[in-house]
Design a protein around this ligand. Sequence first.
Ligand SMILES: [Fe+2]
Length: 160
Amino acid sequence: MVQQTLTTAEELLHYQLRSALTMENDSLAALGELASAAKSPEIKQLFRHHADETKEQIANLQQVFKLLDYKETTAPSPSTKGISKQAASLLERSAPKLRDQVALASALGNEHYEISAYEGLILPATALGLVDAVSLLQANLDQEVHTSEELKTTLQSLVA
Ligand SMILES: [Fe+2]
């Protein structure tokens, strides 16, 4: 298969945005799976709450496509697929009493990946002067950072 070469900063940004859309769709699916896998009602609720936020993040990304007049399509996100695959295999081999811990650690991995993806979008978008797009991407990044803190605190108290 012949791949299109990305030659400009705008083409790269468009491609990264398309991957970010796949990333958020994968996150939404993963959070549903983690909510089912978790045992504690509080932890299930935490995943469901972030699933609702993820829907807002998807809407923000769709808005960015519109603002920049980019075609809204998706591009591969093998990293998020890999994180989910690893979580599924670890959940499968873990006893029920360990599932909350595994689910939280996996969600934390996903959040950290999402944070890096948004930082990788925001810095070049800022350099390109795309102020409105940057504020939507920043809103998503802020939510990811907040969620990762929440997951970390919950994991910390679970294993204490
Ligand atoms: Fe997200």
